[in-house]
Ligand binder design. Structure first.
Ligand SMILES: O=C(O)CCC(=O)C(=O)O
Ligand SMILES: [Fe+2]
Length: 369
């Protein structure tokens, strides 16, 4: 286990090509990988199978898209509502603060009151910074959501080629490549948990259910993300939350720590603290356990709480832009995401209800947009 307190940069980097090592090497790798995921809910992954050039190309497209003038981006606007997200969401449109209202601290306070992440859907606390009069909590973020290329029920709006030649095709290629890697990561998790192969992945799908999200956090004045600015609005790049799917595979443009923070587990009971997680090498992936996997494993694996704050040591009056791309690898919309029998016993009864992944997403989107 890496050292406590408050540093996640000593967490190991798992080279996923160890899956094809000799059997003793492979077994050791799987055991270390799964025990790390159980303890921390995330893992840094190298040699994931997604070519670094593909990630470079994805972020080139990412940059070109968000640099377009607003009217051009609005031609592929996400219509909102409970359907799966598709297309462009402008600045502050998606509101992640509604997801975990219990985690919002008073300004400047970083020790937060926590509750188990499975309570995400039950949280009834009012939305507001604890101890503050802020009335609106918004995300300083724009976004483009890409659905499964074969999804004719919820197609992704296609950008006119005259605006950006190749954007549609390049993001489609990235979608397939990253989905393949997600399948491999889920396989490693199945092996680690000792469940029959296909327990999670036969229901997961790169073709239906998953979503590749491009996140853009524009450069802003420091005080936009600071609560002492005299306005009624509190903004964060992204408020604390966990993702909905089985796993998320997160790529960041550039290396180092640029604001992404994960929950540091093992702090005092009842507290929740976050620390930056740097990306060491271009193309490295951050694997996050997400809610569906927590539900399926009846809490054996717990979803990673994360947020995007200020880059560490940021002292200038402007906060530099940030770009990320996250694959939400989700279950098929028709799949039941209640606990699997393998994880239920008399000592450990089911802690989650039965619901389909599609209904779970609708419930989530109703609050988010
Ligand atoms: O930008 C990031 O690194 C985090 C994005 C994220 O948490 C999300 O899209 O759900
Ligand atoms: Fe997230």
């Amino acid at each position: 286990m890496f050292p406590w307190p408050r540093t996640l940069d000593a967490s190991p980097v798992f080279s996923i090509n160890q899956l094809t090592a000799t059997s003793s090497g492979r077994n050791r790798f799987i055991a270390e990988f799964i025990s790390h995921l159980k303890l921390h809910g995330f893992a840094r992954i190298r040699n994931s199978g997604v070519a670094p050039e593909s990630i470079k190309e994805l972020f080139r497209q990412h940059r070109n898209f968000f640099n377009l003038p607003l009217p051009a981006k609005l031609t592929v606007r996400h219509p909102g509502g409970v359907a799966p997200a598709r297309g462009y969401s402008p600045w502050a449109y998606e509101k992640t603060a509604v997801l975990r209202p219990d985690l919002h601290a008073a300004p400047g306070v970083d020790t937060l009151i926590s509750s188990p992440s499975h309570q995400i859907e039950f949280s009834a606390r009012s939305v507001g910074l604890i101890g503050s009069s802020k009335t609106q909590l918004l995300d300083a973020r724009e976004q483009f959501a890409i659905g499964p290329p074969g999804d004719s029920s919820f197609p992704t709006p296609q950008l006119a080629e005259s605006l950006l030649p190749d954007f549609n095709a390049a993001t489609r290629d990235a979608y397939h490549e990253i989905a393949k890697t997600c399948s491999k990561l889920v396989l490693a998790i199945e092996l680690g948990l000792g469940v029959p192969l296909g327990t999670f992945d036969s229901l997961a799908t790169g073709e239906l259910g998953a979503e590749l999200n491009l996140n853009f956090y524009p450069e802003v004045e420091h005080n936009v993300l600071n609560d002492n600015n005299g306005s009624d609005v509190a903004m964060r790049r992204i408020w604390p939350h966990s993702d909905l799917g089985i796993i998320s595979a997160l790529f960041q443009d550039g290396v180092g720590a640029s604001g992404l923070e994960l929950e540091v587990r093992g702090s005092r009971e009842g507290n929740c603290e976050f620390a930056p997680v740097p990306i060491e090498q271009e193309g490295d992936v951050l694997l996050l356990v997400s809610n569906t996997l927590e539900r399926w494993t009846n809490g054996d694996l717990r979803a990673a709480l994360h947020r995007v704050g200020l880059p560490p040591g940021s002292t200038t009056s402007r906060v530099p832009e940030r770009r990320s791309a996250v694959m939400f690898f989700r279950a098929l919309p028709t799949a039941d995401i209640g606990p699997k029998p393998h994880f239920i016993s008399t000592e450990n009864p089911a802690r989650y209800d039965h619901i389909t992944a599609g209904d779970y997403l609708k419930r989530h989107n109703k609050r988010l947009y």
